[in-house]
Design a protein around this ligand. Structure first.
Ligand SMILES: [Zn+2]
Length: 311
């Protein structure tokens, strides 16, 4: 699908990354972000502001683990990267813990998170699990996932102790939902960023392109797909866990290194997720998604799930 966008500075396309902190060591963070910065990318790094106080779902770094890590993140933010939220920590948080996490985030980074992505293993997620889709598509989703994602998400439920939807609405601008196996995220989801009246606690939703592990990233980010992204003048938001083998045995994956160096040479706009979404939002006159478009995106994503079984 062609997306005729006039990108700033006569750029031909946009490319950015939303990186969840899952399984990411401090060593991997420093190596990968140093490399991205040298290449000229300014992307988005999701964090967990709170240290785990109960068994964590993941061993990735949290801001509460080390002052040195926070200082490094602040430095990264100063260099033009966006720091974003991936729920308060890697285990489920109560409302009080999530609200404290948002305040802690603001203390560390001088502002509330502009964007966030839900962490699968938290029950304080916002419209996650079966709530990602609506109407009859929910039935289909539960069949596809054999019911395992029913009753796993309560951040948007005012009657539940994990509720924090009101704070999400007040403090967070963009939340990620669907991921597609299509490099041009905007081509797959031309409505983004959009507001969904059926999900009132999220201001705007955005989609992403599937690259959670280095293998899936390299399957999608190919020279051929990049040529097409550029031809379509599209925008790509990669959904990534840099902790999942992008950095292994003390070194950055060679395939990842090569493809990113190639992208850096192209005429792309390499800004963080919120900067890209702010630009897209400014072009729109209507931000509410129509019923028809919602149905189309949800169907497309369910097809993606059926085929790849991933996020
Ligand atoms: Zn996660």
């Amino acid at each position: 699908m062609t997306t005729p966008i006039a990108w700033p500075d006569k750029r031909s396309f946009a490319f950015t990354i939303f990186d969840d902190p899952d399984s990411q060591t401090f060593e991997a963070s420093k190596a990968i972000y140093g490399f991205l910065q040298d290449c000229g990318f300014r992307t988005t790094k999701g964090v967990w502001p709170n240290r785990a106080t109960r068994p964590p779902s993941d061993h990735g770094m949290t801001c509460g683990d080390s002052r040195e890590y926070v200082d490094w993140l602040v430095h990264l933010q100063g260099a033009g990267f966006e720091i974003a939220l991936h729920n308060a920590t890697s285990h489920t948080s109560t409302r009080a813990e999530t609200l404290a996490g948002l305040e802690q985030f603001a203390k560390y980074f001088g502002c509330y998170p502009e964007s966030m992505a839900n962490h699968y293993f938290c029950q304080d997620t916002i419209y996650w699990g079966e709530n990602r889709v609506t109407g009859s598509r929910r039935l289909l989703y539960n069949l596809l996932t054999r019911g395992k994602n029913r009753n796993i998400s309560y951040g948007h439920d005012p009657k539940h102790p994990y509720f924090w939807g009101d704070a999400c609405k007040e403090k967070v601008k963009y939340v990620r939902n669907f991921a597609f196996a299509h490099l041009n995220t905007l081509g797959a989801c031309p409505a983004m960023p959009y507001h969904d009246p059926l999900k009132p606690y999220v201001n705007y939703w955005f989609a992403s392109s599937e690259g959670s592990k280095v293998e899936t990233f390299l399957r999608l980010v190919t020279e051929r797909n990049l040529d097409q992204l550029e031809e379509e003048r599209g925008a790509c938001i990669m959904y990534v866990h840099f902790g999942h083998r992008f950095f292994d045995n003390g070194a950055i994956d060679q395939g990842f290194r090569a493809i990113m160096q190639g992208i850096a040479k192209r005429n792309g706009w390499f800004v963080p997720v919120s900067t890209l979404l702010d630009f897209l939002l400014a072009q729109k006159t209507v931000s509410d998604i129509s019923e028809k478009e919602r149905a189309r995106i949800e169907r497309r994503w369910l097809l993606h799930k059926a085929r790849f079984g991933t996020a």
